[in-house]
Write a protein that binds this ligand. Structure first.
Ligand code: NAD
Length: 475
């Protein structure tokens, strides 16, 4: 099917285009194509690169490119395939058909870390995002709604998107006062609630003017269950952009705060999990974090830096967000702490030991390895002369390290590891059959870096193995 035959086969539908078919855009496309109150023809557009073409071909061939254990993804994708209201392409002509354009592309921060993994600098490059907006302006209808969902440095819609779209429209000889531009950030949670975290969840939105905000509201009401999860409208796009990066900076700082406490608890021989659980009973402290191997994923590792950069570069303020930057730096060092904990406990004799990582993705039950804390942990192990292999049911190839994780746990355990490290919270590792498999191995060390193992699992495994848990000074 061609792009124009796709559009012409849906004459009665509004066309929604999703720019960027990654972890957010591909699933957002499914949500829009299965809108709760709308009837849209959806076009997904990615870059004309090898990776972009692969994603597009896969989607058009009926193979959803993202692995996650949310059964709704398969259901929604099947429904879309049957209905035929989704088409993927790398052809920028697609923008000319769209009534609504949702921007779900990446906006990266280039970080530099010193040898100890402390943050030593970073750069923010607006150019790729500007290019994406120029592409939209070069093709879009003059009265389209452009909805920015990408996490951007605060100030971007007002000082980058608006002028770029208006000048590109004017350069085409088109009016520039009809375009509507809004912002509504994603709170998507890849994993078992992938779809629900978009469709059945609260949203914050804004527009660059009243008409834009109204258009965003009408669209969101058609794709999200806003009757159960009411929308929150903020006064302008700076406010919603700040809301997104503040949300994630708060989370990053919350995690960073616990790092020195987990070290203190270990020194004191105290089980910090028990302490935190006791404190969490206070409603005001219910989101206190537990110790862990580190912060991963695409968002918490960069969003505080986008905020800090924006303060000086787009919002006209002075200085950086010192505490938020410090949080990123502390979190970046967590995998090294996790390694040092093992190194101290194992009495410094790790050279030549065989170690099996149980999980390499940044989060349980997802296949996303971007900025996984397991990667710097792995690099510390390599540096110490450890022979590392990995198991992960969601990751068949770990591009950041070149390792091909085992998909099957019993096969992975046939490597006879000296140490098995629980490094990602996949639900599989909580299951009884996993405990039985681990129990059946020759005596080894089991190191839980995320507090995944239950007391019952630990008690059983300790009958045969040495079990240590990061942040549990009592073990
Ligand atoms: N992944 C998450 O859990 C999550 C959660 C909330 C918000 N976000 C935010 O959502 C945005 C997207 O994140 P993601 O995880 O989907 O990133 P991603 O890297 O998985 O996907 C981005 C996609 O956009 C494509 N792209 C880039 N430039 C393009 C262009 N000019 N035209 C067409 N396609 C283009 C890329 O090829 C890629 O496929 C980011 O700003 C991120 O911070 C992500």
């Amino acid at each position: 099917m061609t792009l124009s035959s796709f559009v012409h086969s849906h004459p009665d539908k509004q066309v929604v285009l999703v720019q960027g078919l990654g972890f957010v855009g591909s699933v957002m496309s499914l949500v829009v194509a299965n809108a709760v109150n709308g009837n849209y023809a959806v076009i997904g557009v990615d870059r004309d690169t090898e990776a972009g073409r692969r994603t597009v071909d896969s989607l058009n061939a009926g193979i959803f490119p993202i692995v996650a254990n949310d059964p709704k993804i398969a259901d929604y994708f099947d429904a879309v395939m049957k209905r035929g209201n989704f088409y993927a392409t790398v052809d920028t002509a697609a923008y000319s058909w769209a009534d609504i354009i949702i921007v779900d592309i990446n906006f990266d921060v280039d970080k530099t870390n010193n040898e100890q993994y402390a943050l030593s600098g970073y750069t923010v490059n607006l150019r790729p995002f500007e290019d994406a907006i120029i592409t939209i302006g070069a093709h879009c209808k003059p009265d389209a709604l452009v909805l920015i969902e990408t996490t951007v440095p605060p100030g971007t819609c007002r000082s980058v998107v608006v002028p770029l779209l208006k000048t590109t429209l004017e350069a085409r000889g088109l009016p520039s006062d009809k375009i509507r531009i809004g912002h509504s950030y994603e709170r998507v949670m890849p994993g078992p609630d992938y779809i629900d975290s978009i469709q059945n969840f609260y949203r914050v939105y804004s527009g660059v003017d009243e008409a834009s905000a109204d258009a965003v509201e009408a669209f969101l009401k058609s794709v999200i269950r806003t009757d159960e999860f009411p929308l929150t409208r903020l006064g302008n796009t700076d406010a919603t952009e700040i809301a997104k990066v503040l949300e994630n900076s708060y989370r990053a700082m919350n995690i960073a705060f616990m790092v020195e406490w987990s070290r203190m608890a270990e020194e004191a021989g105290v089980d910090l999990y028990e302490v935190v659980r006791a404190i969490r009973r206070r409603p005001t402290h219910s989101n206190m974090m537990f110790p862990g191997i580190g912060v991963g994923g695409y968002c918490l590792t960069k969003d505080p830096l986008l905020a800090s950069w924006a303060r000086g570069n787009l919002l006209g303020g002075g200085g950086k967000l010192e505490q938020s930057e410090a949080a990123v730096s502390i979190n970046d060092q967590m995998p090294r702490y996790a390694f040092e904990f093992l190194w101290r406990r194992y009495a410094c004799t790790l050279v030549g030991k065989k170690l099996l990582l149980l999980g390499v993705s940044y989060r349980g039950d997802v296949g996303d390895t971007r900025f996984s804390p397991v990667e710097p942990f792995y690099r510390c192990l390599l540096h110490a002369g450890v022979r590392v292999s990995a198991h992960d049911p969601y990751v068949s190839s770990w591009p950041e390290t070149g390792i091909q994780p085992f998909a099957d746990l019993s096969e992975a355990l046939q490597t006879h590891p000296d140490i098995a490290v629980v490094s990602t919270g996949h639900r599989l590792y909580r299951r009884e059959e996993t405990t039985d498999l681990l129990f059946s191995c020759e005596p080894m060390w089991i190191y839980d870096t995320i507090g995944l193992l239950s007391a019952a699992q630990i008690n059983k495994l300790r009958q045969k193995h040495t079990v240590i848990v990061l942040g549990r000074g009592d073990l």
